[in-house]
Design a protein around this ligand. Structure first.
Ligand code: A3P
Length: 328
């Protein structure tokens, strides 16, 4: 006789939820304040599972960011760098030509711990190096990440652009619709929440400062990148990321133009126009692949936000980042 499966309530999760402050994001999704950051409710259990079970190895690479800061780009770049010996002819062989970057590099808390409390992460489908992405702040990373010698690459972006990018992304994917029948807040209300730091994985300032401080303490462990800098000079950053990952370009690779090839394959225009990224869904079938590639520009916020809003943000940034040494 088959035993019926009963769902065992996760006591830790229940307990944490009881204690936690909750808010509704402008898009209607519930946010839970956990370890100082606003965790979207659907990911809360996954964050706890990753914290409890994830065992980092010295050879792992962790990519971290706030949503809409250049995660997809960073996934494509690091994946291409790590696997360049397996797919030497990147123009024709790269799995990125047929798979969305989020498929080849999974998120810890959004994908891997979804169906199992403690999944086997020994082998990744496409990659030799285990590369994992996360949106949680530095202090909320699974403790094995700071204890092991694995490396972390963080990417941040001008908060105004990140906010506008997230606004489009959430509305396009209709994230809040299930929970929120009144419809999303207007731009002004959403911006108020964002300035107050109430947004998925925010406050943004604490998120950035956490990784910035970790980078200052140990630059060999944490590389701190800015989206705008990559836009400014991608070849320089491809070399920088390769060096940080411990796989700098050889003279032969330089002569073959591999830096430029990787930059080109991972570029916004190339990825956006691939069939695989025009269709289909990723991240558990809820996010349109196409929604990861909108404009890919610096300063698009100016088409949506007023100078007064930008001024307000500038003040927030100034007061929050004061004394940290980080400038945006
Ligand atoms: P926009 O909405 O401003 O266009 P994330 O990858 O963290 O979800 O961030 C998505 C943002 O990065 C979107 O910004 C998207 O267009 C942009 N983006 C995606 N792939 C990119 C790439 N290869 N190069 C530059 N920007 C990219």
């Amino acid at each position: 006789k088959k035993k019926r499966k009963t769902k065992i309530p996760n006591l830790m999760e229940e307990d944490e939820l009881q204690k936690s402050e909750q808010r509704t994001n402008w898009d209607g999704r519930r946010l839970v304040k956990y370890q100082g950051f606003w965790c979207p409710l659907p990911f809360f259990r996954l964050v706890l599972s990753a914290q409890k079970h994830f065992k980092a190895k010295a050879s792992d690479l962790i990519l971290s960011s706030l949503p809409k800061s250049g995660t997809t780009w960073l996934k494509a770049l690091t994946f291409s760098l790590a696997n360049r010996n397996i797919y030497p002819n990147i123009d024709t062989q790269s799995p990125l030509l047929t798979s969305n970057p989020h498929k080849v590099v999974p998120f810890l808390e959004l994908n891997l711990y979804l169906n199992q409390e403690n999944p086997d992460l020994e082998n990744q489908e496409f990659s030799t190096t285990r590369i994992f992405a996360t949106h949680v702040p530095f202090d909320a990373l699974p403790s094995s990440i700071s204890k092991s010698e694995c490396k972390i690459i963080y990417i941040c972006r001008n908060p105004l652009d990140q906010f506008i990018s997230f606004r489009h992304f959430s509305l396009q994917n209709k994230f809040g619709e299930e929970d929120h029948h009144a419809g999303p807040l207007e731009l002004d209300g959403a911006f108020d929440m964002f300035c107050d730091g109430v947004h998925p994985f925010g406050p943004f300032s604490e998120h950035m400062i956490g990784y910035w401080d970790a980078h200052l303490k140990n630059a060999d462990k944490v590389l701190f990148l800015k989206y705008e800098d990559l836009k400014d000079d991608i070849a320089l950053h491809v070399r920088k990321i390769a060096e940080f990952m411990g796989c700098p370009f050889s003279l032969e690779e330089e002569e073959r133009g591999l830096v430029e090839k990787i930059s080109r394959v991972c570029s916004f225009d190339n990825l956006k126009n691939l069939e695989v990224n025009k269709n289909g869904y990723s991240v558990n079938g809820i996010v349109k692949n196409s929604s990861y590639f909108r404009k890919g520009e610096v300063g698009d916020w100016a088409n949506y936000l007023t100078p007064a809003m930008a001024e307000r943000m500038e003040k927030v940034i100034k007061s929050k980042l004061q004394g940290s040494g980080l400038t945006l």
